[in-house]
Ligand binder design. Structure first.
Ligand SMILES: [Zn+2]
Ligand SMILES: [Zn+2]
Length: 135
């Protein structure tokens, strides 16, 4: 079963074949800036399982000086993929972009050393890592 995803304006639609592997809540400063919130919520997928159905021309990829490339919709700004997509073997898929209900949720909080003064980690029992969790 494929999961269907889209950006806020609907210009970009994509599918992820198969299940998303559990990913991380990332609290790094880059993810805060691109999300407008406390960070990103991610699943992992093989890059070759991600298919852009519509709006490939709207996608822009930004490579920060540090960290992996982030891809967003140039019309509405929705953050869709990270982890180096489309050139990496696996990619982060931003969970808010996925419209299909699915099981699974992030299993850890990473980059907790970058917590903002206005940010509180939820008491959800998930593992927490100061930095990336071994990747
Ligand atoms: Zn859009
Ligand atoms: Zn991050």
């Amino acid at each position: 079963m494929a999961l269907e995803g889209s950006c806020l304006c609907g210009g970009v639609r994509f599918e992820v074949a198969g299940d998303l592997e559990p990913g991380s809540f990332c609290h790094c400063t880059s993810c805060k800036r691109i999300s407008g919130g406390v960070g990103t919520a991610n699943g992992r997928a093989r890059t070759d399982q991600i298919r852009i159905v519509e709006g490939a021309d709207l996608l822009r990829t930004y490579q920060p000086d540090e960290g992996t490339a982030k891809t967003f919709c140039s019309r509405c700004g929705s953050n869709l993929f990270g982890g180096g997509w489309p050139d990496s073997e696996t990619a982060s898929v931003r969970l808010p972009a996925i419209g299909t209900p699915f099981e699974g949720r992030p299993v850890r909080h990473v980059y907790t050393r970058s917590l903002a003064p206005w940010e509180t980690l939820p008491d959800d029992g998930l593992e927490r890592f100061e930095a990336p969790a071994g990747r």
